[in-house]
Write a protein that binds this ligand. Structure first.
Ligand code: GLN
Length: 254
């Protein structure tokens, strides 16, 4: 089975994701009995997106990414991919903003989102570029005894609210289309002891990783760490969801 994973390449940290995906595939799937092979492709057009089984929307700047996606006419295809075809998608940082149904602290006049996750994100929660930081996160989904994951936070958003599911009705103002992902929003990671902007110490607990059905989002940048664990975990989810779909199709035919 060959699985094509795309990385949306309009702007931001594209090659870093591709490099880590390659490493994760080599380290975690080389012994796989099912002979899974991966193709990792940059995605800039609807045609390229349609060839993908799964997609990463990287970090960068969501406002810029949205403008470029609109110019290239990619929004409908992205919404179709996430909310109608329910293919696996992972957004990191700006990618998480793009995958949220709502965002606050957006640029004036708002910004267009792909949606999929029934959450409201707060952009730039920790301030500007110079307030970037690294923090150890304990992520249970990687395994109970796993060592902490280095979370790289760069003008990072956080999930400030889990909202009620969107109705699936097209909204001409927000240009939403399709329902959000199936199922409930699961909190996959929190950053404990987060401080307010400008403060040294804090005791807030911020939601920095979420999943809802096929859609996964992280506030931080695993692709900048050299640690393949989250990429390997996500590729495993992609493989499992494709196997599941394959089974459903075969059962339907039987
Ligand atoms: N590193 C990042 O991806 C920053 C995200 C940026 N603050 C945005 O809203 O798009």
């Amino acid at each position: 089975m060959t699985i094509t994973v795309g990385v949306l390449a309009l702007q931001g940290g594209v090659i870093e994701h591709i490099n880590l995906l390659r490493q994760a595939a080599a380290s975690s799937f080389s012994q796989d009995n099912d002979q899974i092979t991966f193709a990792f492709n940059e995605v800039r057009t609807t045609e390229q997106l349609q060839k993908c089984d799964a997609l990463i929307i990287p970090g960068g700047e969501s406002t810029t990414m949205a403008i470029v996606a609109r110019r290239l006419g990619l929004f409908d295809a992205l919404r179709e991919f996430v909310k109608v075809q329910h293919k696996p998608v992972w957004g990191t940082c700006a990618g998480l903003v793009m995958l949220a149904e709502e965002a606050s602290a957006t640029k004036q006049g708002g910004q267009e989102l792909v949606g999929g996750l029934d959450v409201k994100v707060l952009r730039n929660r920790y301030g500007t570029q110079i307030q970037s930081f690294v923090a150890d996160l304990s992520l249970k989904f990687l395994g109970e005894d796993e060592k902490p994951f280095r979370g790289v936070f760069i003008r990072a958003p956080v999930v400030e609210e889990i909202i009620s599911p969107s109705s699936g009705v097209e909204d001409s103002h927000l240009k939403k289309k399709g329902k959000s992902a199936d199922g409930a929003v699961e909190i996959m990671g929190v950053y404990k002891n987060a401080a307010k902007v400008g403060e040294e110490q804090g005791d807030e607990e911020d939601i920095v990783a979420v999943r809802q059905g096929n859609v996964f989002g992280t506030s931080f940048h695993p692709e900048l760490t050299g640690d393949v664990r989250i990429h390997a975990w996500w590729l495993r989810q992609v493989v499992d969801s494709l196997r599941h779909k394959d089974l459903v199709v075969r059962n339907d035919r039987a």
